[in-house]
Design a protein around this ligand. Structure first.
Ligand code: SF4
Length: 414
């Protein structure tokens, strides 16, 4: 068995668009996963056409970042049309691996591209060592384990295989087994197993007695009804030392449909956490004695979320892993802009921004600068009191942001 202990895993980030890819790489992702226009879950993420895929791989490789392309629908016969051509195209642009759930697509991929690394998607629901060994025997080189596993089960699977193990550490959870769910199809006709989930598990539900049509009874004593299926979001930030000790090879962040501010913010925190752990190990600390600095948890709580659960990590979750009273926690901060030029500082806004607004600059390595908007000027020299989303403005802040980095984010308090 090769030694896995205490190797810092790859940080794998979602890239639902080219801008999110650039942001994830800027903040320290080691690899990104993304999708073409076909054969992938998350059908409503921006996703990449062929030229976009080519550019994405080229940009990522220039920054020594790997690109994994999802082909993880559960395919019907007609969905397979054009698959071989698409696989050959992906090979021609040098993608680093394919993420697959369907055994048929796996088999076609192996035949078409025998040398291409194949990663098993979490949708394949690997929950035990025998299942892990089975998929390895089918040619996969990495297993993204089911999210419904505890740390002890992860250790047992690690002991059973030398194949790379990838684990979700942050992001949305399903009340069903990771996407294998018909709720969305029944309610909206949008198929979760084809990447088109409308998230009806987050809707507000009430009770109706069949002889009283039109009378809606709240399931709980809340006038808005209840969100009975609404699972909190996964956050294993504070369990990273245990995941590293267990031999995880890759830590995955969910969210190809999330905003650029969310993707950048989450990658920034997890990068800082992994770098901090590396420093402690280099200084001779024992992995099991490490507890992450509290400012990292504080930082993750500034990002949009449905709460924070460690899910199955210590055992099956109870009701406290659910959020019954609302769909999400209100975001305390929203993205304000992205740095497009450092000197003089020029940003592209992502929300309405006004002079006097309290904002924060989010540098790499957790360099955070709290400041306020002193003045904004359009590129033609006109000064602005208020900028609309998507505008490019020269920004003066108080205090001044020293040495801003291209592609860093600003956020503002709401
Ligand atoms: S409806 Fe909810 S549980 Fe079902 S696939 Fe969509 S997100 Fe997952």
């Amino acid at each position: 068995m090769k030694p896995h202990r205490n190797k810092i895993p790859e940080l794998l980030a979602p890239a639902g668009s080219f801008e999110k890819l650039v942001t994830a790489i800027h903040y320290g992702a080691d690899a990104v996963y993304l999708a073409g226009k076909r054969f992938s879950l998350r059908a409503r993420a921006g996703n990449f056409d062929e030229e976009g895929l080519r550019q994405a791989v080229s940009y990522a490789h220039k920054h020594s970042v790997k690109v994994y392309v999802t082909i993880n629908i559960f395919a019907h016969n007609e969905d397979l049309e054009g698959l071989e051509d698409y696989l050959l195209f992906l090979d021609s642009i040098d993608v680093d691996a394919l993420i697959i759930a369907d055994p048929g697509i796996l088999s076609v991929s192996r035949e078409t591209l025998p040398d291409m690394p194949l990663h098993l998607s979490t949708q394949a629901n690997v929950t035990n060592a025998a299942s892990a060994r089975f998929w390895v025997s089918q040619g996969v080189s990495r297993l993204n384990l089911a999210r419904e596993l505890g740390i002890e089960e992860i250790r047992q699977i690690r002991a059973a295989t030398e194949t790379e193990l990838e684990l979700f550490v942050h992001g949305a959870l399903c009340i069903s087994y990771s996407g294998r769910c018909m709720l969305s199809t029944y309610f909206t006709g949008r198929d979760a197993n084809q990447g088109d989930c409308a998230h009806p598990c987050r809707y507000s539900y009430r009770l109706v007695e069949e002889k009283r049509p039109g009378q809606y009874f709240p399931v709980e004593e809340d006038e808005r009804g209840t969100y009975i299926f609404n699972s909190q979001d996964l956050c294993l930030l504070n369990r990273l030392p245990e995941l590293i000790a267990a031999g995880a090879d890759s830590l995955k962040i969910e969210g190809r449909m999330k905003s650029v501010g969310y993707v950048g913010g989450v990658v920034r925190v997890y990068r800082a956490a992994l770098d901090w752990i590396q420093e402690q190990l280099d200084a001779g600390a024992e992995i099991n004695s490490l507890s992450l600095p509290e400012y990292l948890t504080g930082e993750i709580k500034k990002l949009g979320t449905r709460g924070w659960t460690e899910n199955f990590f210590d055992g099956p979750p109870d009701d406290s892993a659910m959020m019954h009273d609302r769909m999400r926690i209100e975001q305390p901060w929203v993205p304000a802009g992205i740095v497009r030029q450092a000197e003089p500082l020029l940003i592209e806004t992502r929300n309405v921004l006004e002079t006097g607004d309290s904002i924060e600059y989010l540098g790499r390595n957790m360099r955070t600068i709290s400041c306020s908007v002193l003045a904004m000027t359009r590129e033609d020299g006109t000064s602005l009191e208020r900028a609309n989303p998507g505008q490019r403005v020269e920004l003066q802040t108080d205090p001044e942001v020293i040495e801003p980095e291209l592609n860093s984010l600003f956020r503002k308090k709401v």
